[in-house]
Design a protein around this ligand. Structure first.
Ligand code: PXP
Length: 237
């Protein structure tokens, strides 16, 4: 059965928009676990635009399933990961100006620096997954650099404007999975998955885990809105 990791970054985005204490991603993580998710994912970005250091510390204490820390392979983040000891680290590329993670890691080009970061995390018994585009060379390099797992970037498939484009992107994903499943790598996938496009990805049996954030938090706003309004009306009348 495909596992679901829920990324709670955008609960923190709503909090940070006002600089108040709510909604707290810690409370969200507990609710997500109560609803049956298999893991909590958060991305501590260099600019701290959503998840804060305090969130990560408390998540480490309260998450009972699996805490997956997404981060760039920088000195600061490697130190934080070693101090926090999440259940798994997912290394992602990060650019300050991007709206969200835009592409996979270039494992081929950054082989040495990634290998160094991975060695340091392994020394602390922290397994590492690499967020990569569906590309055979990146997957071969991911095994070479000694990652335990890869997370295939589904963003291009999700952004496809036509069904032909979606089919092409799906072919790339199948091809990448063909490569990864011959290697010593666990396979996850994520980015951009929503209630419409997830089905074809969820059907791929080699993918053990899907990591989904924005669409779930976005849906929670809408499915929760009716109750939230009724509760305010009850208070003010
Ligand atoms: N996986 C990775 C590696 C990511 O960087 C993100 C976004 O933070 C996700 C999954 C979740 O993507 P989305 O919010 O589009 O579902």
């Amino acid at each position: 059965m495909t596992r679901l990791g829920v990324n709670i970054d955008h609960v923190a985005t709503v909090r940070q928009a006002r600089g108040v204490a709510y909604p707290d991603p810690i409370a969200a993580a507990s609710m997500v676990e109560l609803s049956g998710a298999d893991g909590i994912v958060c991305h501590l970005r260099e600019d701290r635009r959503h998840i804060q250091d305090r969130d990560l510390r408390i998540l480490k204490e309260i998450v009972q399933t699996q805490l997956n820390l997404e981060m760039a392979a920088t000195e600061e983040m490697v130190r934080i990961a070693i101090a926090t000891k999440p259940d798994i680290v997912t290394l992602v590329p990060e650019k300050r100006e991007e709206l969200t993670t835009e592409g996979g890691l270039d494992v081929v080009k950054s082989f040495r620096s990634l290998n160094k970061a991975i060695q340091r995390l392994h020394k602390e018994n922290i397994p590492v997954s690499l967020f990569v585009d569906p590309d055979r060379n990146q997957i071969k390099a991911s095994e070479g650099v000694e990652a335990e797992a890869i997370e295939i970037h589904t963003g291009h498939y999700c952004e496809a404007k036509t069904s032909t484009q979606a089919d092409d992107e799906l072919k790339r994903i199948f091809d990448a999975i063909g490569e990864a499943s011959q290697r010593n790598l666990r396979i996850a996938a994520g980015h951009g998955l929503n209630y419409v496009n997830v089905r074809r990805i969820a059907e791929i049996k080699e993918i053990e885990e899907l990591n989904i954030g924005h669409s779930i938090i976005a849906r929670a706003v809408l499915v929760g809105l009716d109750r939230a309004v009724r509760e305010m009306i009850a208070l003010i009348r």
